[in-house]
Design a binder for this molecule. Structure first.
Ligand SMILES: [Ca+2]
Ligand SMILES: [Ca+2]
Ligand SMILES: [Ca+2]
Ligand SMILES: [Ca+2]
Length: 417
């Protein structure tokens, strides 16, 4: 309430004497303060980030010295003599380069707020955008209007048009790890089911041309069935959604260049086990790969079989219901092959950039799952653990056996004892 009163006071000040700068810019209020006919018109935040500005005036607008920012402590000033033609567009590249039309910040794909100020520091537009997936933008339909929505495709530097492309919020598969002779249900959730012409599930098995299945609305989601297959191979699929306005979007956004897939595989599973892990390290057995001691979580895999196994292409995860979390790279067999009776240590440090044996998740001190999954997602070995104690590992005794115990002297990469 106090903030609202302050906002009203600011408005009356602005109307009365045009000295708005004396007030704090609104924090939560969406209303632009002074309408200049210049708008943040479209935002892309999932890769090469950009902001599209739109000049709704009938005349060229000089915006040299204007400010764009997502953090008031780090405003980016547009170069002198930057202008936008009448009813025209300008793209600002949000890439941290801080020169010309390249701003000094990037955008968060999880959503945030961007602000536009004129050269005297008055807020003229503000857009709070939501989480945006690859290929999706957030913009005004039509240009310069107050109707802000997610679009399933982008119109970088050109008019947004009157209505957005329908956008896909999520795609789910059941079962997550399909087997032979099993139908697979694909469920598509759209941001809005209004004005949808079609939702299609394109698919192919072991290459060839894609064929389309028309998905049907079931409750609030669209569903389609991928046919059961009786032979091993790879199913690839993607979703196309078309609006009654003729606009179309895909998921994955770059389909068919990139698609979803699953493998049907009947290999015997390798004789590997999760043998020991550390979920709560503060001073034990550091990861030294970065040149300093990092007290990271780790997972030890033991090969209890009599043949070497390359785990390249297999997965580790901290969730039995999400087996495809961390795929082991396939391009470094020397590092990812485990000899019979051998051990492999993987770092659950959420830092894959440190190398092929570094995973994109950590292990919860409070307890969760730790598992190794085959190329097709089948469970090789997965274990659910409880709360852990500082610098004490949890492992099988002896190597590969069914019994687990705490180890006050952890043995990462070597026999448990
Ligand atoms: Ca546009
Ligand atoms: Ca941990
Ligand atoms: Ca590390
Ligand atoms: Ca060990």
């Amino acid at each position: 309430m106090i903030r609202f009163l302050k906002f009203l006071m600011c408005l009356s000040l602005a109307a009365g004497c045009l000295v708005f700068n004396a007030c704090d810019p609104p924090k939560d209020e969406v209303t632009p303060v002074i309408v200049e006919g210049l708008f943040i018109n479209e935002i892309y935040a999932s890769g090469d980030d950009w902001i599209e500005l739109y000049n709704d005036l009938e005349t060229t607008k000089d915006i040299g010295g204007y400010f764009i920012y997502d953090n008031a402590a780090n405003k980016y000033k547009l170069p002198a003599s930057t202008s936008i033609p009448a009813k025209g567009f300008l793209i600002l590249f949000c890439n941290d380069l801080a020169t010309g039309l390249n701003t000094n910040f990037k955008l968060s794909s999880d959503g945030e707020t961007v602000y536009l100020e004129n050269a005297s520091g008055t807020l003229i537009d503000r857009v709070e955008f939501p989480k945006l997936d690859n290929g999706q933008s957030y913009g005004r339909y039509p240009d310069g209007s107050t109707n802000l929505v997610i679009s399933g495709n982008t119109s970088k530097g050109v008019s947004n048009g009157d209505s957005q492309a329908p956008a896909i919020e999520s795609v789910a598969r059941l079962p997550i790890v399909p087997g032979l002779n099993q139908e697979v249900t694909i469920t598509v959730k759209l941001f809005s089911n209004a004005n949808i012409a079609s939702v299609k599930l394109f698919n192919r098995f072991n290459g060839g041309a894609y064929t389309a299945i028309n998905m049907s609305l079931s409750g609030s989601n669209y569903t389609g069935i991928l046919p059961a297959k009786s032979t091993v191979g790879k199913m690839e699929y993607y979703i196309e959604v078309s609006g009654t306005n003729g606009k179309t979007s895909f998921k994955p956004a770059s389909a068919p260049a990139n698609v979803y897939d699953y493998l049907l595989n009947t290999d015997a599973l390798p004789q590997l086990v999760v043998n020991e892990f550390m979920a709560y390290s503060t001073s034990c057995c550091p990861d030294t790969s970065s040149g300093i001691n990092e007290y990271d979580d780790w997972i030890e895999i033991y090969n209890k079989g009599n043949v070497a196994v390359n785990i390249g292409g297999m997965y580790l995860s901290d969730s039995k219901s999400d087996p495809f979390k961390a795929k082991i790279p396939t391009d470094n067999p020397a590092l990812t092959t485990i000899a019979p009776g051998g051990y492999l240590l993987l770092w659950a440090d959420n830092t894959p950039s440190q190398g092929p044996l570094h995973l994109n998740f950590g292990l919860s001190n409070a307890g969760e799952d730790v598992g190794l999954f085959y190329l097709d997602g089948r469970t090789i070995d997965a274990y659910t653990y409880g709360a852990q104690s500082e610098n004490i590992s949890w492992g099988r005794i002896t190597d590969g056996a069914a019994t687990w115990k705490a180890f006050s002297t952890p043995t990462p990469g070597t026999s448990n004892q």
